[in-house]
Design a protein around this ligand. Structure first.
Ligand SMILES: Nc1ncnc2c1ncn2[C@@H]1O[C@H](COP(=O)(O)OP(=O)(O)OP(=O)(O)O)[C@@H](O)[C@H]1O
Length: 242
């Protein structure tokens, strides 16, 4: 993305204070359409707080926040409404249900769940429910897609399949994406840029210069993993290895 293109997310000097602790203390972040950015950081450093501010679910105490109106969030848990069928969950809040049914089915087709359109959420597996949450998030064609540890509750095999699916969907819809994750490999697999939030600010900002699809066996993958783990304060032995 050319640096001169207009940013869809532009936040400057964002502060968020809880009690006497400034969890965010001067965060700057610019994202352009199509940017896929992963946000790592030790537990409790404010990743979800930042994501909630970008989602409009929380407000900064100070600083400037420019985000698109059309934005969607996928959380760790799918947050489906149990009393609504799957397709209705995809277009929740719509006032034009009949017209929107085809939009819902298109979105479900993209995540491989068109055949489940009339199912009730309780009948879905965890992975299927999260695919419905993704379909719902993308059905509105958001300019910004916020993903808050969306694969953390899934088993390892489902998580790998979800990585492939999300990569494909992001490529097709081309929103700006902010992915909060604890999984360094997931960040390297999916993101073009990886940030580490610590001490209230973004201290690490790395461009992932490995062509996609990325292989964990690629030497550059292992090198970047070691670098990031080192910066996160874990796996120094790996990071220091020759
Ligand atoms: N509404 C709130 N009121 C008071 N403190 C809060 C509130 N929301 C978050 N915090 C505190 O802010 C800090 C950052 O929380 P946040 O959930 O943003 O961290 P995180 O980096 O996403 O953590 P994790 O990786 O464990 O999910 C934590 O210490 C948390 O207790």
């Amino acid at each position: 993305m050319s640096p001169s293109a207009e940013a869809v997310v532009d936040i400057r000097g964002v502060r968020r204070v809880f009690g006497d602790r400034a969890v965010l203390n001067g965060v700057d972040l610019r994202l352009h359409q199509g940017d896929v950015v992963a946000l790592l950081g030790p537990s409790g450093t404010g990743k979800t707080t930042l994501l909630r501010i970008l989602a409009g679910l929380d407000a900064a105490d100070d600083g400037r926040v420019l985000v698109p109106k059309a934005r969607s969030v996928v959380f760790q848990e799918p947050r489906l409404v149990p009393a609504r069928r799957v397709w209705r969950n995809v277009v929740l809040g719509s006032r034009h249900v009949r017209r929107d049914r085809s939009r819902a089915v298109r979105a479900l087709t993209e995540v491989g769940l068109a055949s489940h359109q009339n199912a009730w959420p309780v009948t879905l597996s965890g992975g299927e429910a999260q695919r419905v949450a993704l379909a719902r998030a993308l059905a509105t064609e958001p300019g910004l897609l916020l993903l808050d540890e969306p694969f953390a509750a899934l088993d390892a095999l489902t998580r790998i399949r979800m990585h492939d699916l999300v990569a494909e969907l992001i490529g097709r819809h081309n929103p700006a994406v902010l992915l909060v994750t604890h999984d360094v490999d997931e960040a390297i697999l999916l993101a073009d840029r990886i940030l580490i939030l610590d001490g209230g600010t973004i201290g690490v900002d790395v461009t992932v210069d490995i062509e996609k699809p990325r292989q964990r066996t690629d030497g550059r993958f292992a090198e970047l993993r070691a670098l990031l783990l080192g910066r996160l304060g874990v796996g120094q032995a790996t990071a220091a290895a020759p």
